[in-house]
Design a protein around this ligand. Structure first.
Ligand code: ADP
Ligand code: MG
Length: 628
């Protein structure tokens, strides 16, 4: 190999950081390096096979795509070789020398330093090629892109610390060869049986043949025969097998392969669909959220195969945003092999696979909710907020998704998000027609809101919602099962038709007209109106927003994010039965009355998670009133 000038380049800081971390965290799980390298080799062959559909010349006469694993006990190296697409110098720099993964910095900052926990996180992040450095002190890559001239290869080398080097070499093979120079003490991997069993454990489902040299033992005195490559995996696409022929463990291993996740999946659904169109889908729900769940674009998605050929990976075309955590694949027998992303955009077949797959996933969740409550709880804790985007995004399945949502309830003391809308409806009071809820920026703010007082008193259940998405969700969804949603903090309340627990109406304490007038005058520019409340039993005052206004805590979040939102003045409701109001009725000093009025408004705003315009002024006022 005639080597050219060598270029040394530095890894981005995150890479060195990640490498160090991985070496420490994955120490007890070193063998996964082989799974990762084989998975990359398999991806590279998939890419070549797909590109060769439209450009036959890429394959040349080397048409049997395969992966080879070899080792050299003397040189202490392990080699994983493929005849796939290969890499250009740019590819090497972009894909191997940097981390193109969005959210890397956030990921690194989320690490705790606790090795066990971090190892888990790294699993979700997907370690990929870098896992080589767990056992290798030096890694070399020899590669030639399928489109490059014969001989025009590139060598990449790194000790995984700070830098890597790249130089041009004379290299005839197509594809990529990764050579690991093992660290001192990692000799256990220089063993035929060991390597075979790792392949068996993690990579049996790879659809390409994985080959190793046959271990021919020579008789003494005889010359050893030329060793031959033998295929050591079953090399059939797992998803094409009938369900009954696939073992649970095989499904789990396959999940780890398609998702890059270390954890076992929570559940899956495998379907062979025949009829108007033929396709297979194998869809998994992960146990843990991927690190980029809330990034604008996700790195992983659903893989699309056409007649067993991997075509592309894409989430949005096969799953809606609210199911972006679903992993797996769809293999269609009807789509043309030369599809492009653009064609897929409005393809009828894709649309129908997509809607059927959504149904499958929702069905899987429904079933889980019925048959395995604990599992569903795990799902809900991880993906509940994501699923809540569904009723807005997917109108066609709105009811079915709403049925899956879980809520905390004013009937419970703790936040356990176990109530379904059907549970709620089943417990509605006679005469109750609406589903009452409250949104707040924390569970305790919701639970202790003054707005719940009358509902508690009457024994009417209120759903307590405190996820970020809740306010938005409830702003978009009007009803479930023919029952309207009604925020207890917004608009008029009419509970008169609901039979109350005690069955009798309380007699109302009247508010002195002059006092009401005086409060109104004091707060003239700040509130739309001051009213005697029907909602309060123990608090002196509360804010009531317009039916269509955003909750105060949300208004503030939006404003902080620089959004201009129209804000209408709230209504202040007061409770004439409260001692403060009684005290105010006896107060003759106008100045003091105005201070008390302001205090009523301030505390109502605070209870809503709102922010006071002049907190210091409010505190001074409160102190004055306490001392007077
Ligand atoms: P991932 O496989 O999740 O993308 P990896 O770290 O395993 O992450 O690999 C990074 C990238 O390097 C791959 O996406 C691919 O572009 C490139 N790569 C790695 N191995 C190979 C290979 N054997 N052939 C071609 N490209 C490869
Ligand atoms: Mg990979």
């Amino acid at each position: 190999m005639a080597a050219s000038r060598k270029k040394t380049l530095k890894f981005k800081t995150e890479v060195s950081q990640l490498l160090q971390l991985m070496i420490h965290s994955l120490y007890s799980n070193k063998e996964i390096f082989l799974r990762e390298l084989i998975s990359n080799a398999s991806d590279a062959c998939d890419k070549l096979r797909f590109q060769a559909l439209s450009k036959k010349s890429l394959l040349k006469d080397d048409t049997e795509l395969r992966i080879e694993v070899a080792f050299d006990a003397e040189a202490k190296t392990i080699t994983v070789r493929d005849n796939g697409i290969g890499m250009t110098e740019e590819d090497l720099k972009n894909n191997i020398g940097t981390i193109a993964k969005s959210g890397t910095a956030e990921f690194l900052s989320s690490l705790s330093g606790d090795k066990a926990k971090d190892a888990n996180l790294i699993g979700q992040f997907g370690v990929g090629f870098y896992s080589s450095f767990i056992i290798a002190e030096k890694v070399e890559i020899f590669t030639r892109h399928a489109g490059a001239k014969k001989g025009a290869g590139i060598r990449w080398e790194s000790a995984g610390e700070e830098s890597f080097s790249i130089n041009e070499i004379d290299y005839d093979r197509r594809g990529t060869e990764v050579v690991l120079h093992l660290r001192e003490g990692e000799e256990e991997f220089l063993n035929d049986w060991r390597l075979r069993s790792i392949v068996n454990k993690y990579s049996d489902h790879i659809t390409l043949p994985i080959k190793m040299l046959e271990q021919a033992s020579a008789e003494e005195g005889e010359e050893a025969p030329e060793p031959t490559w033998e295929t050591i995996n079953s090399a059939t696409a797992l998803w094409t097998k009938p369900k009954r022929n696939v073992k649970k463990q095989q499904y789990i291993d396959f999940y780890k392969h398609v998702s890059g996740d270390f954890e076992e999946p929570l559940s899956w659904t495998h379907n062979h669909v025949e009829g108007k169109q033929q396709y297979i889908s194998l869809l998994y729900i992960p146990t843990k959220a991927p690190f980029d769940l809330n990034e604008p674009v996700q790195r992983q998605g659903i893989k699309l195969y056409i007649q067993r050929v991997f075509v592309m990976e894409d989430t949005e075309k096969l799953m809606p945003r609210y199911l972006r955590f679903v992993r797996g694949l769809v293999d269609s027998s009807d789509l043309p092999l030369n599809v492009s992303r653009e064609i897929l955009q409005d393809n009828r077949l894709i649309q129908s696979i997509r809607s059927a797959s959504i149904k499958k996933v929702l069905g899987l969740l429904e079933n889980m909710a019925k048959k395995d409550v604990d599992k569903f709880e795990t799902f809900w804790k991880t993906f509940g907020p994501t699923l809540k985007e569904g009723p807005v995004e997917d109108f066609a399945n709105r009811e079915q998704i709403l049925k899956l949502l879980r809520f905390s309830s004013s009937h419970d003391d703790v936040q356990d998000e176990k109530i379904t809308l059907d549970d709620y409806i089943g417990r509605m009071q006679p005469g109750q027609e609406k589903i009452f809820y409250i949104t707040a920026d924390s569970f305790s703010a919701a639970k202790n809101s003054p707005h719940l007082e009358i509902f508690r008193k009457k024994g009417i259940e209120v759903l307590l919602m405190s996820d970020r998405v809740d306010e938005w969700l409830m702003g978009q969804v009007n009803e479930y099962d023919g029952k309207q949603f009604q925020s207890v903090a917004k608009g008029e309340l009419d509970l008169d038709d609901i039979a109350t627990k005690k069955g009798k109406k309380e007699k109302k304490v009247k508010l002195d007209d002059d006092l009401l007038k005086s409060i109104k005058t004091s707060l003239e520019d700040k509130v739309e109106e001051v009213k005697v409340s029907e909602r309060l039993t123990t608090s002196p005052s509360c804010i009531v927003l317009n039916e269509h206004d955003m909750a105060l805590y949300m208004q503030q979040l939006m404003q902080q994010a620089g959004q201009d939102i129209p804000v209408s003045k709230p209504v202040l409701e007061i409770n004439p039965g409260h001692d403060i109001l009684k005290k105010m009725a006896d107060e003759k000093d106008q100045e003091n009355l105005s201070e008390w009025s302001q205090l009523l408004l301030d505390q109502a705003i605070l209870c809503e998670g709102g922010r006071l315009e002049d907190p210091a002024g409010a505190v001074a006022r409160m102190n004055r009133l306490m001392m007077s």
